[in-house]
Design a protein around this ligand. Structure first.
Ligand SMILES: *Cc1c(COP(=O)(O)O)cnc(C)c1O
Length: 435
């Protein structure tokens, strides 16, 4: 039987009640928050699309796993379950758990980077780049130009520009480039995937020069789904097998399990090199906790191990990305400019086009996010000049090419009716954009 629509491969057995607010209440609280959606209180939010990080719904199995937490200081059973899951589903040899993704970014940056190094990557992520900079490196964006063009419909806008990478190696020499940071999918580009073909080319070039690949694997299963549906030769493969193939082309990864793996807290560093692992598990003791818990409770590691297995399930991923694409199509049909094509974890509104009367110093995306909250209590996230931060030396604003509002969809949390309300609210704000 051919299924004509995506639908959730689960049913709901517990709900969280939401407070409904009036326009006057929203006006008051967004003003108190300085028109910054990060400063709103969660209880004043109706549909929370700030982030998909740590906000997904755990399954009954994950919650059951929480009850089997082995809270021993050293050698927790749950650590070994997590290690098994990382080996089985990602194929990396050694595991160091951390409290979340940035804990792992800190470890790997401090271990592999020397002052004056260059770290190329397919667009930056806020904490990832900052950890590289704090370790003394300069981050260089080598993503393909298509990624900076919101309208371009190229199916793999997360790809690395091989010419840019080659030019960097020529300019600085391979010794100055300890690793290339490859993200699956690229969050700041709109959740855009990298193709297997491109990753293989990056692997071939880095092997030639003895440069490592460190994988920002936060949404690797979502990236794998796009490869399955868009890249020749992958239609019949499972998301799980594609995830493993991606990881096999890299030397290690930093994971925020709060995304793909659907836990409220947790992450890890996974690495194939024994010496790097040795250093990481010595260092984790200082910053996170002993190497068999890394700042997590045993129960958190158990929920993560179970969540990893659920995240690579094809039916799960069909519904997860199906819901995001549903919202993207709805907003696009109204004629509102969004980043094309819709990415894996959210719909990105093109604020510079919607509020074209505002200069970047007037924070168009921040303004749009505040308006959307006023309209119906939907919380979104600015991804533009504010997120890009300032030059560490001059204190001047960075001006990213993309000025976006991200409507990020938590996994297994909201219904199709919620998505309809979101599209209608965006349309209402769009209608009064000139005001
Ligand atoms: C969330 C995220 C991180 C950081 O992970 P945390 O768990 O938030 O510390 C790194 N890279 C990407 C692409 C992310 O989305």
């Amino acid at each position: 039987m051919k299924r004509h629509s995506w639908a959730e491969p689960f049913k709901i057995k517990m709900v969280e009640l939401l407070k409904m607010t009036t326009p006057n209440e929203r006006k008051k609280v967004i003003k108190e928050a300085g028109y910054n959606t990060f400063l709103l209180k969660s209880e004043d939010v109706y549909i929370d699309l700030l982030t998909d990080s740590g906000t997904s719904a755990m399954s009954d199995r994950q919650w059951a796993g929480m009850m089997t937490g082995d809270e021993a200081y050293a050698g927790s059973t749950n650590y070994y379950h997590l290690e098994d899951a990382v080996k089985k589903y990602y194929g990396y040899k050694y595991l160091v758990p951390t409290h979340q993704g940035r804990g792992a970014e800190h470890l790997i940056s401090q271990i592999l980077i020397k002052k004056g190094d260059i770290i190329p990557g397919n667009m930056y992520f806020t904490t990832t780049r900052l950890h590289q900079e704090l370790a003394g490196a300069t981050f260089v964006d080598i993503i393909i130009d298509e990624a900076h063009d919101a309208e371009n419909e190229f199916p793999f806008k997360g790809n690395i520009d091989i010419n840019k990478l080659e030019a960097l190696i020529k300019k600085y020499g391979a010794k100055k480039i300890p690793y290339v940071c490859v993200a699956t999918t690229v969050n700041m580009a709109g959740g855009q995937p990298i193709s297997m073909e491109n990753l293989k080319a990056v692997r071939a070039l880095t092997l030639k020069h003895g440069i490592k690949i460190i994988h920002d694997m936060t949404r690797v299963a979502e990236n794998a789904w796009f490869i399955k549906h868009r890249e020749k030769g992958y239609a019949k493969k499972s998301v799980a097998s594609i995830v493993k193939e991606i990881c096999s082309l890299t030397d290690g990864g930093t994971m925020s399990a709060k995304k793909d793996a659907m836990v409220n807290i947790g992450g890890f560093l996974a690495i194939n090199d024994w010496d790097v692992f040795e250093e990481a598990r010595n260092m984790v003791v200082i910053y996170e906790g002993l190497h068999t818990y890394g700042g997590l409770a045993g129960r958190d590691m158990e929920a993560m191990a179970i969540g990893i297995a659920e995240s690579v399930n094809d039916n799960h991923m069909d519904a997860r990305i199906g819901q995001v694409l549903y919202l993207g199509d709805k907003i696009k049909e109204i004629g509102i400019p969004i980043v094309q094509p819709t990415g894996s974890h959210g719909v990105f509104l093109d604020a510079s086009k919607i509020l074209s009367q505002l200069s970047q110093d007037e924070f168009p995306a921040q303004t749009l996010a505040a308006e959307l909250y006023l309209e119906s209590g939907i919380r979104s996230m600015e991804r533009g000049v504010v997120s890009a931060g300032r030059n560490i030396k001059t204190g001047k604003n960075h001006y990213p090419k993309l000025e976006l509002v991200r409507l990020t969809i938590p996994r297994r949390v909201y219904t199709q009716a919620h998505m309809d309300v979101v599209a209608e609210s965006v349309a209402a704000v769009y209608d009064r954009r000139k005001k």
